[in-house]
Design a protein around this ligand. Structure first.
Ligand code: S3P
Length: 169
């Protein structure tokens, strides 16, 4: 089996990108990278702080710079933030030497998995379900267009998703 240089996970908040990414990397002997967590480490602040102080635009700039840097690391599984696909300039960075996997998840599961989450600024003010539904309407076609593999995660354990991914990669 010849493995792709990088595996890049895209999809909405609550899709399981970090959980599945970490397990998939372990399975393949690849390094796991989580774009949001590395941005936080570099910045010395969490994402709500970055949104508060620099606005969503400031966060997106940091995200683009991070995706550019991480696109140069082979043998990695990268978990991206749900909005990483929103800047067109990010698309070649996501696709570079990579198999892109869209972890597709129903709104109900997204709501369930992000319940009472304080680290996602986009879900703090308005009704989270409405926000997630609106984001999904815009982003689902972009995730689908970018993806080499679309993997449904509803009613599946992370272990099962990883097993199915290993068979398809
Ligand atoms: C965002 C998703 C978050 C994080 C930020 C913005 C989005 O990542 O990047 O809060 O725009 O959907 P997760 O998808 O890991 O929650």
């Amino acid at each position: 089996m010849s493995l792709p240089k990088r595996i890049v996970l895209v999809g909405p908040m609550g899709a399981g990108k970090s959980t599945i990414g970490r397990m998939l990397a372990r399975e393949l002997g690849y390094r796991f990278l989580d774009s949001d967590r590395i941005i936080e480490e570099r910045c010395g602040a969490n994402i709500p702080w970055i949104f508060d102080v620099e606005g969503e635009d400031g966060f997106r700039q940091r995200e683009t710079a991070m995706l550019a840097e991480l696109s140069e690391h082979p043998q990695t599984v990268l978990a991206t933030g749900g909005g990483a696909v929103m800047r067109e300039e990010n698309h070649p960075l996501l696709k570079r030497d990579a198999t892109v996997v869209y972890l597709k998840t129903s709104i109900e599961q997204q709501v369930e998995r992000t319940r009472r989450d304080r680290n996602r600024p986009l879900l703090q003010n308005d009704d989270p379900e409405t926000v997630l539904r609106n984001l999904f309407a815009v982003r689902d076609p972009i995730y689908t267009e970018l993806a080499d593999i679309v993997m449904f995660t509803d009613r599946k354990s992370p272990r099962l998703v990883v097993r199915q991914l290993v068979n398809r990669i």
